[in-house]
Design a protein around this ligand. Structure first.
Ligand code: ADP
Length: 483
């Protein structure tokens, strides 16, 4: 389980060539479990980004002209190359991001599923013929790739966040320029290696690391780039959407969440506890669909809290993700640890009761103990902001109406979850909750076959499923006259 350094690329990938930044400057990459330096990657700016866009633009006509079947073939070859080295890729992912090795492997396998599914969906990009209001004309609707797509992705799923975007873009006939998060560039750069190994034409994917605002600006302003797809914070998403909008680029935005997880008196409690553990503590709480506010109905509040405490003690093991049995890796950096500590302190100062955890673990590495707080209330930070860490805060509620009101009382609308055995209530809740993803008696619902996208400040557009391709396509209407 050592790092395969031949896959640890320290250069960016433009037009099929590995390059340094013009300035020669680099960014250091650190292992969050040990604090040790792994390596560095180029600190690129606008000039290199413009070159990457030009390469993607030059590759576009050839890629677009392939049959959907041929494009799918390339994409499957890319996936085969990834699967051939999934163990090495998982070690790279865990080393730079921290998540347990089994989860890293699961993430890469899911990324491959996205690419394979979308490759096949690309063969079903159907058009339309519309009954014409003119006797001598016919109306044809076809779909075309939007052109060069630029992606900016976060560190919490450094492989699969790219896979979802890459799969849709390539299947639609777009070429790409991808910018991964500065904390986790290696899981992105290996896509370049896999592109080479699988014979993907040069320039179809380009990967650039460096100064995020500069790269973002070039993507938003360069006329050859026609689409920006972003996953990350709502703050940066709004900035990019504004800039992209001014330049009339198509956008997809997967932004922050503040997921409510509601447990009713009539729920299967063991199932709800299992779902809460999975939803709250997966990736040490660092996913945008992680339960952030756990609302528990008064009749079962104490029992649920006790069961959750027991399950946390039994199931959550903190440590280096490369070690066997570890389920909770480190948080990504010191800032993340500070934010969780701040949410805990804030909750305790406003009447919350600490049941377990509550502290950063002693270094090295940026770890935080899985934490349970009861007596949470809506004036606490944890009620308003995404903690993005292993803090489970339990709020008490009395009625269904109250649960709906509390759950919707946020500017976010990505994922929500509820547990009940009542069918009528299930439908009422599904319809009342203002969220793009609803887990009914399930805590983890992501799959490549279903759409993933948020409402309100959680974003625009969808990834995965047949809907995921729409964001990479332009609709063209042709009128054939003189018949
Ligand atoms: P997170 O809180 O998940 O780190 P960010 O939104 O800060 O979310 O980061 C997500 C991605 O956005 C990363 O790749 C980061 O480098 C990039 N990013 C951060 N700031 C900007 C910016 N001003 N313009 C473009 N990309 C940015």
């Amino acid at each position: 389980m050592s790092l395969n350094t031949s896959l640890l690329k320290q250069q960016v990938f433009i037009d099929g060539t590995w390059l340094d930044a013009d300035s020669g400057e680099t960014i250091e990459v650190v292992n969050p479990a040990t604090g040790e330096k792994i390596g560095s990657v180029p600190m690129c700016g606008r000039a290199e980004t413009a070159r990457a866009i030009a390469a993607a633009d030059a590759a576009l006509p050839g890629w677009k002209a392939l049959t959907a079947e041929a494009r799918a073939g390339h994409m499957h070859n890319l996936c085969d190359a990834i699967m051939d080295q999934i163990d090495d890729l998982a070690v790279i992912l865990t080393t730079e991001m921290g998540k347990p090795l089994a989860e890293a492997k699961g993430e890469i396998a899911l990324g491959v599923k996205y690419i394979r599914f979308l490759a096949e969906e690309g063969r079903r990009i159907y058009g339309d013929t519309i009954p014409s209001p003119w006797a001598d004309r016919r109306i044809l609707v076809t779909k075309e790739p939007v052109g060069v797509a630029g992606s900016i992705t976060p560190w919490n799923f450094p492989n699969s966040m790219i896979a979802r975007k890459l799969g849709a873009a390539l299947a639609a006939g777009c070429t790409m320029v991808m910018k991964p998060a500065e904390f986790t560039p290696y899981s992105a750069l290996v896509y370049g290696v896999m592109a080479e190994k699988s014979g993907l034409p040069k320039g179809v994917i380009n990967i650039i690391t460096g100064d995020a605002p500069a790269i973002g600006e070039e993507m938003c302003e360069n006329p050859a780039l026609r689409k920006i797809t972003f996953t990350g914070s709502t703050r940066v998403g709004k900035l990019l959407a504004g800039n992209a909008g001014r330049n009339m680029k198509k956008i997809s935005m997967e932004l922050g969440g503040n997921a409510p997880f509601i447990v009713f008196d009539d729920a299967d409690l063991d199932r709800a506890v299992e779902g809460a553990i999975a939803s709250k503590f997966r990736n040490s709480g660092q996913t945008c669909v992680c339960a952030n506010r756990i609302y528990v109905q008064a009749g079962i509040y104490d029992v649920f809290a006790e069961k959750l405490k027991t399950a946390m003690a039994e199931q959550l093991k903190v440590g280096n993700g490369l070690e066997k049995g570890v389920t909770q890796g480190p948080l990504i950096n010191e800032a993340a640890v500070k934010k969780v500590a701040e949410h805990v302190q804030d909750a305790l100062s406003k009447g919350g009761v600490l049941v377990t955890g509550g502290h950063p673990s002693n270094g090295p590495g940026t770890f935080f103990e899985p934490t349970l707080i009861t007596g949470a209330s809506k004036d606490m930070k944890v009620a308003r902001e995404e903690t993005f860490g292993p803090l489970a805060a339990l709020f008490r509620f009395e009625t269904e109406e109250e649960a709906i009101e509390l759950a919707n009382d946020t500017e976010f609308g990505l994922a929500c979850y509820f547990y009940t055995k009542d069918l009528g209530r299930s439908f009422r809740m599904m319809e009342a909750l203002q969220y793009g993803l609803v887990g009914v008696n399930e805590g983890v619902i992501t799959t490549e076959v279903a759409p993933f996208g948020g409402f309100k400040d959680s974003g625009v557009g969808n990834e995965g499923s047949k809907y995921g391709l729409d964001d990479y396509l332009n609709v063209k209407y042709s009128c054939i006259g003189g018949l």
